[in-house]
Ligand binder design. Sequence first.
Ligand code: HEM
Length: 118
Amino acid sequence: MDVLIHLFVGLHIIGIAALLGGFLFQLKAIGPGEARVSPGMWHGALTMLLTGMILVGLNQADDNPVNNLKIGIKTAVLVVVMALVYLQRDEERVPAPLFTAIGALTTVNIFVAVLWTS
Ligand code: HEM
């Protein structure tokens, strides 16, 4: 079971790479308001949700403690990110504050994940 959990943590991290990578790749385009949501960002966000839910299930099945508050916060933040990504997916120019929010909230979730260890 440990190998399976680690495998899904790996897939979870690939999801972050797709979502945050799409944001970082366009840092220079944010200022002039020319950033776009790439399809990979949506797929990355979906991957985060799916692998996150599977990780909760696998950890519960393995009797590992699951911090429900931490997972709840990460899910709530991801839902906001997914709403922004989905609503802006067809826009050719995403306003700077909205595009920045996608990257900032994803970064918040990374630090919630790695700093909240209890
Ligand atoms: C943008 C959204 C997300 C980011 C950036 C993120 C980030 C991370 C990172 C970096 C890890 C590995 C570090 C660690 O093991 O503590 C991790 C693990 C994990 N994530 Fe996420 N995550 C996100 C969304 C979610 C969601 C929505 C769920 C649940 C529905 C979830 C559930 C988990 C679980 C169960 C683990 C295994 C370790 C633990 O219990 O903390 N994640 N996440």
